[in-house]
Design a protein around this ligand. Structure first.
Ligand SMILES: C[S@@+](CC[C@H](N)C(=O)[O-])C[C@H]1O[C@@H](n2cnc3c(N)ncnc32)[C@H](O)[C@@H]1O
Length: 312
């Protein structure tokens, strides 16, 4: 089975992980294992790499390409929001580095036939983990008009959320929406032509993003992961997170801000009563972004933002 992949900011992620031989590292979004091989090389001969992905295709691919490192490798088909439990199950203490490269993989667009792209005609699925039951088909054909509008607005920041929801509900009464092409056509017919022409992105981009986030509960899983981070890292251990849109980045940023601040007392109190100390510090000012050269070679990288923080 072939596997397509592109790796965003490989050099930047590698440099910021600050690895040394013997380290224990986690990649929670293994994908095409693009970040993995360099990481494993750096922790040999006795380091341990834990690779996680909720898509079984990614795990199968990693088992092949990372075979030479099988002594130093644990591969887990699971969600990174379960990382604390995964490490417990394998008897692993806090780790030296964790990488998340969020969102969907190039392989999921090009080969999975699960409806991730509006440029293809595929079933409305969008599950990264095919063991789960919720699909884009279920959402589009059963959610109320209001629920669809709210979803497109909150997860897609789609200005025409109400209009699109109304058009979907009208269409599905006669013709349930089963394919990405059908959904894309409804969106194209609904968004004013002048607005669509003035936009840099395809008119279906935001609705597809919203559906993918909802199907995979991406923001919930990211929040659950972020809650665990300080307990998962050794002192000096680092977390590197690449996000691709502001909803994800906001979750990462807000958690890191809380961990850096320590004290959670209201500003109105004259002095701290919670006595909470900072547990992490940011390693980069704001975010690291891909170079113009990387964006030219891989346009999917254009919205990527890397945040790095260290356990103190
Ligand atoms: C952008 S790709 C990673 C690409 C990879 N870093 C590379 O260089 O090849 C994101 C991957 O993370 C996986 N993923 C997304 N959210 C996940 C989650 N909550 N738990 C586990 N895997 C997840 C997806 O299935 C996909 O394979």
């Amino acid at each position: 089975m072939g596997f397509d992949h592109t790796t965003v900011m490989p050099a930047e992620v590698f440099a910021h992980q600050n690895l040394k031989p013997g380290d224990i590292c986690v990649d929670g979004t293994l994908g095409g294992a693009g970040h993995a091989e360099k990481t494993i090389q750096a922790i040999l001969p006795d380091g341990l790499f834990i690779g996680i992905d909720q898509d079984l295709d990614a795990i199968t691919h990693a088992r092949n390409v990372l075979h030479p490192f099988k002594q130093n490798l644990i591969l887990v088909h699971d969600n990174f929001s379960h990382l604390s439990a995964i490490l417990d199950q394998h008897g692993i203490d806090p780790v030296n580095a964790i990488v998340l490269d969020l969102g969907f993989s190039y392989n999921q667009i090009t080969r999975a036939h699960r409806g991730f792209s509006f440029n293809r005609d595929e079933p409305l699925d969008m599950r990264m983990d095919t063991r789960q039951t919720m699909t884009a088909d279920i959402i589009v054909n059963t959610f109320s008009q209001q629920a669809l509008a709210d979803l497109f607005f909150s997860f897609g920041e789609e200005k025409f959320s109400r209009r699109i929801a109304k058009a979907i509900v009208r269409e599905r009464a006669g013709h349930p929406l089963k394919t990405t092409r059908h959904l894309t056509r409804i969106i194209e017919d609904t968004i004013p032509k002048a607005r669509a022409a003035a936009s840099k992105i395809h008119p279906a981009t935001r609705v597809f993003q919203a559906l993918r986030i909802a199907v995979n509960q991406e923001l919930d899983h990211l929040s659950r992961f972020m809650e665990q981070v300080p307990d998962l890292l050794t002192r000096g251990g680092r977390v590197c997170i690449i996000s691709f849109h502001s909803l994800e980045d906001r979750i990462v940023k807000q958690h890191l801000k809380t961990y850096e601040a320590g004290c959670t007392c209201p500003k109105t109190l004259p002095r701290c009563v919670c006595h909470q100390q900072p547990v992490m510090r940011s390693i980069v000012k704001k975010t690291v972004t891909p170079t113009p050269g990387e964006i030219a070679a891989n346009p999917m990288a254009r919205s990527a933002r890397l945040r790095v923080a260290e356990r103190i």
